[in-house]
Design a protein around this ligand. Structure first.
Ligand code: SF4
Length: 264
């Protein structure tokens, strides 16, 4: 894989945003199409396979809390402010929808993301590998080996929720910025895309057999992908679980909170 920052791509989307805010363009459509039970790349390419399992097997799905609602809406509004979603396609039983039906040349695929990560030290491969995996899935499905990634930084260069040692916010000599946009070009080899797709199919099969049997996916499989921050005292923070709507009923959360080891 090869990736590099693409300021020209960022500028194109900043100008689209400017046109909308200054009344030269309207983007009225922000609703999600109902997805039913079909499996999406966002299910198999996300960080926890238990979430789509619970969504499809529980008779009562808890509502999103207010914080999650606001965060999801914010991201959705940003995506829709600057692009019209592509038509869904299905590849090997996995549905996928690209963020922009009319991406700028030379791209056929541009993914649009928003995040609370601080913008100056952000590296998409290091910080958000799940975006890369999903992006590779889109490339595989659409038969291309290159894509654009546009990221809206909702907190600008203010401290993010996971600063690394040695990183000061904002960087020395830099004024505080409350919001910003960066973009990258991502290039993959066909072998990388094929291998990534095999992994997506493996997860799809895991998910389908779990749903059909009503038995949750193996805990080690889940814990291997759950993002974790380890504090100096050794305590672990599985931050994805903090805002998860299934937290109150998820056995993995119960184990973590009640101290029963789930991983050898
Ligand atoms: S609480 Fe954590 S492990 Fe359980 S479904 Fe939610 S994100 Fe996954």
């Amino acid at each position: 894989m090869n990736y590099y920052e693409n300021p020209r791509l960022a500028k194109i989307y900043i100008e689209r945003d400017r046109d909308m805010i200054e009344g030269r363009r309207s983007m009225p459509e922000i609703t999600y199409e109902p997805r039913g039970d079909s499996l999406h790349l966002s299910d198999v390419g996300d960080l926890c396979l238990l979430q789509p399992f619970f969504r499809r097997t529980m008779s009562y799905v808890p509502p999103l809390d207010t914080e999650s609602l606001v965060v999801f809406t914010r991201g959705r509004v940003f995506e829709r402010a600057i692009a019209i979603e592509g038509k869904p396609i299905c590849v090997d039983g996995i549905w996928m929808t690209i963020d922009d039906a009319e991406p700028p040349d030379p791209f056929k695929i541009v993914e649009i993301k928003s995040t609370e990560w601080g913008m100056h030290f952000f590296d998409p491969v290091e910080k958000t590998p799940q975006w890369i995996e999903r992006g590779m899935g889109y490339c595989y499905g659409h038969g291309v080996t290159e894509m654009g990634l546009v990221v809206f930084f909702l907190s600008g260069n203010k401290p993010d929720f996971q600063p690394r040692r040695g990183e000061s916010y904002p960087p020395k000599g830099t004024p505080i910025i409350k919001g910003g946009v960066r973009a990258w070009t991502l290039e993959f080899t066909q072998e990388e895309l094929d291998a990534n797709w095999l992994e997506m199919l493996r997860r799809k099969d895991l998910l389908i057999s779990a749903i059909e049997s009503g038995t949750p996916i193996d805990d080690n499989e889940i814990l291997a992908r759950l993002p974790v921050r380890v504090w100096k005292n050794g305590k672990k923070n599985y931050w994805l679980c903090n805002g998860c709507r299934f937290r109150g009923m998820c056995h993995i959360t119960a184990w973590k909170e009640f101290g029963v080891p789930a991983v050898a």
